[in-house]
Design a protein around this ligand. Structure first.
Ligand code: ADP
Ligand code: MG
Length: 498
């Protein structure tokens, strides 16, 4: 611990880095000594370490301690404000999700300044990092002088592959079958021209990372040496690149990257606006493709929609196979839930699966998370899973979901439904054919979002709140007098909620 802070005080950010006295821990819950909880914490640390790599772990996370669990909240402590802020922004989500997976009781993680219990090295020595080795410098601390103790970039290029993300555990349906087939093909014949690069894109939680890990796992299963398959997020690519520059190891970094047979970079959209890193990636990319090596890239948009990436890179990214992971359908969500329930050996009634598949529509991660929560709850209280318990246990999650419908989405759906131009949602046209759908959209915005009347008016071409009020009243009236119209509006509402 004392050696752990040495590099910090050596650096130019020493002032900001002095351990602060504003310890924002208050009462320390006492269960930090509970061996079961301590073991969970040790596992989480060890997972974090293998996910982020030694360099990052030692720089940012090693000094983390914890104060135990209070209710559904875990308190994680860092010795300085700077570290606390850094860990909060960069690792907060990861730490929370690891905790939630380890311990179903945990909902939140509070990251604060303070000093708590460090892991018991003797007990969990194999799981946590060795404190005997000297700390490595941070990858991107501000204003740092070149390090005398450089990270060994080349040795930790690839993030570990998660064995759970295999092709076998990936549920295939219409929305993802093409992406799945492409990924399989790449795993079987890496480097073949039509599939190089393979560019996977789609919204959050639709399985991009899962498929990339599956490619890596399958390649190694077929005998590829793990060292020749590199998977990392674009963010990590950037950190490592910067770390290499700082420690004057860029040649090693480039050599190592260029020596792999398969390079997979996840979430490429992260490189938007990071010009130097993009440039470096572009060169690596060309060198590898020219040598017949396989590249797999994922992003949240198609190459042509990734504005902000350099044109020449976008062009090259679109040259191989571009596969889209579409939003899930109800059927696919049901199949995924069934597969996960079977895997967890849990009995979940069909009605509950349907309820979840109906309510949680955008993100498979959340779908999975909610199922896990139900299963954990049922095990903990030894109660069967029913629709009622599902509604109760997932109450907050479902509420958050309902809130997430946006006015833009409502306008788009309603315009599509009535076959009108989306522009007419905000235009001044008063013809019935556009005015009525506009009123329906305003009505739905009032019903399905938490926006106020003036806010809604603003989104509809700066209309007055009284116009919105009138629209809501008119639609309500029409719904009672015209059942076809009422069915129509209900259908729209269901589509938006599903
Ligand atoms: P993305 O990278 O697109 O944001 P992930 O690959 O991280 O999404 O997927 C989020 C979670 O959902 C993971 O736990 C993943 O295993 C799961 N998941 C997504 N799609 C599927 C699928 N078709 N079958 C099984 N699990 C899936
Ligand atoms: Mg991902």
């Amino acid at each position: 611990m004392s050696s752990g802070s040495a590099w910090i005080t050596r650096s130019n950010v020493a002032v900001a880095e002095q351990p602060t006295t504003d310890d924002d821990t208050s009462a320390t819950p006492s269960n930090a000594n509970d061996p079961a909880l301590a073991a969970q914490w040790a596992r989480i640390r060890s997972r974090l370490q293998s996910e982020v790599g030694d360099v990052e772990y030692r720089s940012w996370l090693r000094q983390m301690s914890w104060a135990g669990i209070d209710g559904d909240e875990v308190t994680v402590l860092l010795p300085t404000r700077f570290l606390r802020d850094w860990v909060r922004t960069h690792y907060g989500e990861k730490i929370t999700s690891h905790w939630q997976q380890e311990n179903p009781v945990v909902r939140r993680v509070d990251i604060r300044v303070g000093k708590g219990r460090m892991p018991d090295e003797k007990l969990y020595g194999g799981l946590t990092e060795s404190l005997a080795s000297p700390p490595l410098p941070a990858p991107v601390p501000p204003h740092r002088a070149p390090s005398t103790n450089p990270p060994r970039v080349a040795e930790e290029m690839s993030a570990p592959l998660d064995p759970r993300f295999s092709f076998d555990s990936f549920v295939v349906g219409k929305p993802n079958e093409f992406a799945y087939a492409c990924a399989r093909r790449v795993a079987e014949h890496p480097g073949s021209k039509e599939f190089n690069p393979l560019f996977l894109y789609g919204g959050v939680g639709l399985g991009k990372t899962h498929l990339m890990h599956a490619v890596g796992l399958e390649l190694t299963r077929r005998g590829a040496r793990p060292a020749t398959v590199a998977y990392m997020s674009a963010e990590k690519f950037m950190y490592r690149f910067i770390a290499a520059i700082r420690s004057q190891q860029t040649i090693e970094f480039k050599d190592h990257l260029r020596s792999v047979d398969v390079l997979m970079i996840d979430d490429l959209q992260f490189l938007i606006g990071k010009d130097n890193t993009q440039e470096e990636f572009f060169h690596t990319f060309n060198a590898l493709v020219d040598a017949g090596k396989q590249i797999v890239v994922s992003a949240d948009k198609s190459p042509s929609d990734l504005s902000g990436l350099e044109d020449r890179l976008r062009t090259r990214l679109g040259c191989g196979m571009v596969a889209d992971l579409h939003a899930t359908t109800f059927e696919l969500r049901i199949s995924i839930l069934e597969a996960k329930a079977t895997r967890a050996q849990a009995t979940v009634p069909g009605r509950v699966l349907e309820f979840l598949a109906h309510k949680i529509t955008t993100n498979v991660r959340e779908l999975e998370g909610s199922l896990n929560r139900l299963i954990a709850h049922a095990n903990l209280f030894n109660r069967p899973i029913t629709l009622e318990t599902a509604q109760e246990v997932l109450h907050d999650l479902l509420k958050a979901h309902d809130k997430r419908i946006t006015i833009d989405e409502i306008q788009r759906r309603v315009a599509e439904h009535y076959n009108m131009r989306i522009g007419d949602m905000v235009s001044a046209r008063r013809a019935r054919a556009v005015a009525r759908p506009r009123q329906v959209a305003m009505y739905l915005a009032k019903q399905l979002t938490s926006r106020s009347l003036p806010e809604i008016g603003k989104k509809f071409g700066n209309r007055d709140h009284t116009t919105v009020m009138h629209a809501v009243g008119r639609v309500t009236e029409l719904m009672t007098s015209d059942s076809t119209f009422a069915e129509d509006v209900d259908l729209l509402r269901k589509m938006l909620e599903s």
